[in-house]
Write a protein that binds this ligand. Structure first.
Ligand code: 7GP
Length: 820
């Protein structure tokens, strides 16, 4: 067992007493009346008691040492269940397992009681969670700042194959055992109102914001427990409340509804996470969420700064603020406002600080995801911030004029303000102009940021654009989710790898070892069985673990091309029924994905896959060779069962559109072989594992661009490729929707007459070929074993510990501080 302090201090009898105390006093149950959920809550609370103590101690020691830290601002932290993971980080998994056994309980069952905190949509939010884990594991001082949504990402079910959304009350009625409210950290946030001019005591003419209303920010801390050390960092989530329960004066006048009105509004701000991934909806309430998040976080950062006895001038020396995409961009004018209006710094002095504090990560090139807010909306809600944005832009335009005199076209292109009927603020431009570092999230993506998104900015600000390739935490994504493989790896290379993932390369020498191959494949088989049991219990579908488990799990989006996967399935269906000589190894196609509630085509694709699944899973003519499973309500805890069970990982986005991907890393780490395009981090995975251990297909980025420029003609592919034609045409029949032909034709329509914007048809033939190769290679189990072992062995680079070190060394410049 580890030697970390908490382990040494662990006293089983005391812990059991604490669990029983919480059961009674916190959850009002006796051991006789308690159900499994109450026991889980009590265990969670007893553990949180330990981690909260460490959180306060960490806070104290870091403040005393007054060290530089990073503040990770994100509207999303998709943390997933904390109990199991924290037990691993605390080094208490076995101890607590034994303790609860003495209480007559089973730890694995208790862990299943935890509802996933789904405070994020997908990749961007999950990355933030992995980063917090890696910051704490390596003891780089950090605070995560997010929002305390009352409802997380909607939960998904299927009715007649259609996605149905329900609200996700992740805290339940009892509250989440791991969180602790910090009333002393509350903040007041202004909104709306006007800006006034006044003369201060020194006779200077000043501007200041007079908000029309205020709301209150309440801080909730979740503990980010450092793996195998004593650091616990806060993930600080802000909840919005109204300042007073109601307006007493108006209440006394009998205006009860009016008195309640203000309260309802404030409560709405952090009511629900917006369910869009890679898509900007531009709603007023969303801007309010963003500002509320930034105002509370900036105020808290300054509070810490001053509490440690520092001067405002030293802010950039001690604090870095990382903006997770543009969602927290309004933090920039907020800090400028505070520096100028409240601390009375001149513009240049304020800018010298602010522009050295902020750094920005870009997570997408998709135009529909690049945030633009209307000037009038910002001016209405945040009038002083709009003035400051104009001033930033004015000064920036002067710089552009110096560099490209008289070139109005460049000015129009780079301006933070987009001219038009309605003037818009381009948040990404504001970020690039106002930060000291900008990064993409994989080598290819960062190149495209430089080359296609911000080429002139790169000329203007040489050295500002960086790459930091994403990563995933090996604690959750191998040690916790795959205990079988963990045991095998421990036996071969020792137990340090969860903190030093590069050590996995030590497995490579066993790739040809027959005995090791057998054991590795046996672990995979067990994991497939575990998932198959889940599917049997929850969906009533029987799966054969000898089949290839082919997995595509991620948000549903046209650019991710779940419909390319679907077309391939249709092609197999067609061939099994029409080509007498066609043979294939049995395959299970596993999907899990949520579609944004307003995204019609994405929902059509879910419906189509479900309908095809209904048919093929019950069609005796297919001889059990083809199964399709669409697992409902995709979430972190489901990924933890699916990923260890995967043989094949589908990473098939149109080249140039998936910024990085992180599911690709988790799947490769757990031994799935990737079938993928040369996109995002797939490119780097190929570099690491070698071309023979990955199945690459499809157009390259520049071929995609060229084809689009020249005019992509979907019908050309349709007419030239009979297999593609047969597959597409199946969507127009009633084969999968008996008696209702045409229910699936929207997809076919989009691909043929809608211009096939993501070049599905252009990549189809090559994709089919890559799958044929997979089929052939899987049949040779020794070859497959070697490849899958090498995938695990060679992806150490994709630990989020390495990503964090890249940020630390190239951007944040932090020193690790070991908490005693
Ligand atoms: C995602 C990217 O799509 C994914 O490729 C990447 O791995 C992940 O970020 C983490 O960097 N982007 C989003 O989730 C997103 O919503 C729009 O981006 C802001």
């Amino acid at each position: 067992m580890t030697t970390r302090g908490q382990t040494q201090q662990f006293d089983k009898a005391l812990f059991k007493a604490s669990v029983e105390k919480h059961l009674v006093t916190t959850y009002a149950k006796t051991p006789e009346t308690a159900d499994s959920r109450s026991w889980y809550l009590a265990v969670g609370k007893a553990l949180a008691e330990i981690s909260t103590g460490s959180l306060l101690e960490t806070e104290k020691q870091l403040a005393e040492q007054n060290v530089r830290s990073v503040n990770y601002l994100s509207l999303e932290f998709l943390i997933g269940r904390l109990t199991g993971n924290n037990l691993i980080s605390m080094g208490l998994y076995e101890e607590v397992s034994a303790a609860v056994e003495e209480l007559g309980l089973n730890l694995t069952d208790l862990l299943e009681e935890e509802r996933d905190p789904a405070l994020g949509n997908g990749g961007l939010g999950r990355l933030a969670a992995c980063f917090m884990d890696s910051l704490a594991a390596q003891e780089y001082p950090a605070v995560g700042y997010g929002l305390h949504y009352e409802y997380g990402l909607f939960s998904q079910s299927f009715e007649g194959g259609h996605q149905v959304e329900a609200p996700d009350a992740w805290r339940g009625i009892e509250g989440y055992p791991w969180e602790v409210v910090r009333p002393e950290l509350g903040q007041t946030v202004g909104l709306f109102g006007s800006v006034e001019t006044y003369t201060d005591k020194a006779g200077t003419i000043c501007r200041r914001w007079v908000p029309a209303m205020t709301v209150e920010g309440v801080a909730w801390d979740l503990p980010i427990v450092g793996y195998d050390n004593k650091s616990v960092y806060p993930l600080r989530l802000w909840e919005c409340r109204s300042p007073a329960p109601f307006n007493l004066a108006r209440f006394n006048d009998g205006d009860y509804v009016g008195a309640q009105y203000g309260q309802l509004e404030a409560g709405n701000v952090t009511k629900v996470l917006y369910p869009n991934d890679n898509h900007d909806q531009g709603k007023t309430l969303r801007l309010m969420q963003q500002y509320f998040h930034c105002a509370c976080s900036i105020a808290d950062i300054l509070r810490r700064h001053f509490a440690a006895g520092n001067k405002i001038e030293d802010l950039a020396k001690l604090e870095s603020i990382q903006l997770n995409d543009t969602h927290p961009t309004i933090a920039i004018p907020e800090l400028m406002r505070i520096l100028i209006d409240e601390h009375k710094l001149g513009w240049d002095a304020a800018w010298a600080i602010s522009s050295k504090v902020f750094a920005y990560t870009n997570h997408t090139l998709l135009p529909e995801a690049l945030e633009r807010w209307s000037e009038s909306l910002i001016a209405d809600m945040l009038p002083r911030h709009m003035e400051i944005i104009f001033e930033i832009n004015h000064r920036f335009m002067t710089l552009v004029e110096e560099k490209w005199p008289g070139n109005n076209e460049i000015k129009r292109k780079l301006s933070i303000i987009e001219e038009g009927q309605q003037r818009m603020v381009r948040m990404a431009n504001l970020c690039v102009v106002s930060t000291y570092a900008v990064n993409g999230v994989a080598a290819l993506h960062s190149e495209l940021v430089k080359r296609d998104l911000f080429p002139e900015f790169n000329e203007l600000f040489p050295g500002r654009l960086h790459n930091v390739t994403n990563g995933v935490t090996p604690r959750r994504w191998l040690k916790f989710c795959n205990p079988g493989l963990t045991e095998l790896v421990n036996e071969k290379i020792g137990t340090e790898w969860p903190a030093k993932l590069d050590q996995l390369s030590g497995l490579a020498k066993f790739a040809e070892d027959k005995k090791f191959q057998k054991r590795y494949l046996a672990v995979k088989k067990d994991n497939k069985q575990r998932f198959a049991d889940w599917v049997q219990d929850n969906m009533g579908i029987e799966l054969d673990t000898n089949a290839i488990f082919d997995v595509q799990i991620k948000r549903l989006h046209e650019y991710k091309r779940q419909h390319l996967n679907l077309l391939h399935i249709l092609s197999l269906y067609h061939r099994l029924l029409n080509e007498p000589t066609f043979d294939m190894h049995p395959r299970v196609f596993i999907f899990a994905a949520k579609a944004a509630p307003g995204y019609a085509l994405a929902k059509d694709i879910i419906f189509a896959i479900n309908k095809v699944a209904d048919k093929v899973n019950n069609d005796p003519r297919l001889g059990g060779k083809l199964k399709v499973v669409f697992v409902p309500d995709y979430r972190v805890s489901l990924a933890e069962i699916i990923i260890p069970a995967a043989d094949v990982s589908e990473q098939i986005s149109t080249a140039g559109l998936e910024a990085s991907g992180t599911g690709n890393m988790k799947l490769a780490l757990n031994g799935a072989l990737t079938i993928g395009t040369m996109d995002g981090a797939n490119v780097e995975i190929r570099e690491e594992v070698g071309d023979e251990n990955i199945f690459i297909f499809g157009l390259l980025v520049d071929e995609v661009l060229k084809q689009k420029e020249e005019g992509h003609d979907p019908y050309r592919y349709y007419h030239a490729d009979s297999l593609l034609r047969a597959s597409l045409d199946l969507l127009n029949t009633d084969e999968f929707t008996p008696g209702n032909p045409g229910q699936l034709s929207a997809i076919r329509q989009n691909l043929l007459d809608g211009g096939d914007p993501y070049l599905v048809l252009a990549d189809f033939a090559d994709y089919v070929k890559a799958h044929e190769k997979i089929d052939a290679e899987y049949r040779d189990q020794a070859t497959w074993a070697r490849k899958t072992i090498l995938n695990t062995a060679l992806v150490g680079k994709f630990s989020s510990d390495r990503s964090i070190r890249d940020y630390v060394n190239n951007i944040w410049k932090l020193k690790a501080v070991s908490v005693k």
